[in-house]
Design a protein around this ligand. Sequence first.
Ligand code: FMN
Length: 399
Amino acid sequence: MNRFKFSRRSFLSGSLVASGFLLAPDIFKSLKASSMEEIEFAKRDPLKFAERNGIVNPIHKIILTGIVAPNSHNSQPWKIKILSDKQFELYADGNRQLLPIDPVNRQLYHTQGTFIEFASIASEQLGYDLKVQLFPQGIDKAQTIGTLPIAKFTLSDKRLNKLNSSGFYEAINNRQMNRGQYSGDYLGEELGQEILSLVKPNFASLVFVFGQNRIQEIIPMFQKSFEREISNPIQNNVSREWFRISKEDIYTKRDGITLEGNGLKQPILWMAKTFFMDMSEEGWNSEDSVKQANESFAKSLETSKGFVFLVSRGLDDAKSWVQAGREFGRLTLACAKLGIAFHTMNQAFVDTKESNETHDQFKKSLNLPKDARIQLAGRMGYAEPSFVSPRRELKEFIL
Ligand SMILES: Cc1cc2nc3c(=O)[nH]c(=O)nc-3n(C[C@H](O)[C@H](O)[C@H](O)COP(=O)(O)O)c2cc1C
């Protein structure tokens, strides 16, 4: 998803880049800074946001934390049915599927898992025990996704003493997808051990790739998968649909992906938004745009300081995708806690025929057994913080 495309490719490397004197005008006047700050605050510290805004119901607080979880394309495909002060159900939002790039809804289910994990972390932070029952009424068929609950949550009557805190809640503050360029040293096995001891995976396993040579072997595989996806207009149009360009769009729709989230900074950001983004279907899929996106992805990918793969074995169904999503949520928080930038890249692992081939190449390179399935993968390194992606208001999620 690392893509910013311009109808004139020379723009980034051309003379305009050097025009440091260009200042972005105040085009955001119509948006109150306070509302943007509030949206950012809600993403970073949802429990404090709730407190500040007089939200006292623990279930609301837990949901507010669930929605700041990582989720595919920031599509936020969650719906909540509140059953009582102690119980609620999570549903997938069938209107927010990304079928061309996620034909069997693998990532949609991963994204249910990340919500569940973040909700559990919130309840732990609040001192409640939260029971999670997966698929209490069975699993939806593809055509009826969103009809049956993914999970039913039951909150304990009493608050428990805050025991065994994972310390993950605090890590939510700076957890984000960081798609920019990384710097500093290569990461090593010691970090892998630290991540493992925080994530404590019990469903999947974490497979790390460290060392410059191995990283160089893996890079072309990620690159090829990215190129393949964006060269396919049907798949590439998913990003076009979810791209939010203007500040107004970003902070009124409060979902989707952005140039800011791809690491673009002022004044180039403003120039790109104002003059060079071509959002027409033709422009988006033009040779020039695809080439630009590839180059930009490559620039970031080349700076990877380590890779991590979340690998399951055996059954590969909706339930296992939710479980993998929970562990992926913890993985992203473990990286945040350790000050490691993280960027998940999943073009190689989607459920298309071409992708199955790249999946097998990765498996071979990682020496994984036959029944292994790479659920998700990402690159790691050190980087400055990136843009804080917004989330919609709580009421948008409630059925
Ligand atoms: C299942 C899943 C798949 C994802 N795949 C990608 C991906 O291929 N490329 C990417 O840049 N981000 C990917 N993401 C990250 C989301 O785009 C990101 O979580 C979302 O935009 C919200 O941003 P945040 O994580 O900074 O809050 C994925 C996230 C999830 C949960």
